[in-house]
Design a protein around this ligand. Structure first.
Ligand code: SF4
Ligand code: URA
Length: 183
């Protein structure tokens, strides 16, 4: 199982299938436990992620790590990735054509890891994974069942940093994730 993920990682490292491949410093493939029952999916790499090649290592990432620990998991026990694997200029939202190309890699990661739960962090992940018309403020906190997966849309940690009053709702969502029997 892990071999397939390494093989895919090697392939994506040289990807130039969309315009985001032009200006990136590093591809941010994703990281974590390939046997994890839970995957956290963000939008795309920011500055720190582009510099290091690792997902969610900036300020939002530090908050995500704390939230993962708050539901009794360790960051290295879960798998963390993004909708697009190269940084959009000035952290703009990825365009649909970019996301539509790059999400094929994420689909392959999901097929290899076979998580039970997929957490969509923010509107970009939720729109591309659940439904393009999803509204995160309205639809967050409600499980979506798709195939074998239980999907939870919730706020992006960056949104929680911008507006800490949203943290209470995010914690409600994370408690629902915590309470799912993972075996
Ligand atoms: Fe390839 Fe995805 Fe990077 Fe675009 S964002 S160049 S599709 S890896
Ligand atoms: N924001 C994201 O959506 N993904 C990261 O990896 C970092 C910040």
């Amino acid at each position: 199982m892990e071999d397939k993920l390494i093989e895919l990682n090697n392939l994506v490292m040289s990807c130039k299938k969309c315009r985001l491949g032009v200006k990136r410093t590093n591809v941010v493939f994703g990281e974590g436990n390939p046997n994890s029952k839970i995957m956290f999916i963000g939008e795309g790499p920011g500055e720190e992620e582009d510099r290091t090649g690792r997902p969610f290592v900036g300020k939002a990432g530090q908050l995500l790590t704390k939230m993962i620990e708050a539901i009794n998991l360790k960051r290295e026990d879960v798998y963390i990735a993004n909708i697009v694997k190269c940084r959009p200029p000035n952290n703009r939202v990825p365009f649909d054509d970019e996301a539509d190309i790059c999400i094929n890699y994420l689909r392959k990661q999901v097929a290899i890891i076979k998580p039970k739960i997929i957490v969509c962090l923010g509107a970009t992940a939720a729109r591309h994974i659940i439904d393009k018309n999803i509204r995160i403020t309205k639809d967050r906190g409600n499980w979506v069942k798709k195939g074998d997966f239980l999907i939870m849309p919730t706020y992006h940690p960056s949104a929680l940093l911008r507006d800490p009053s949203k943290k209470k709702e995010a914690w409600e969502d994370f408690k629902k994730i915590r309470d799912v029997k993972l075996i």
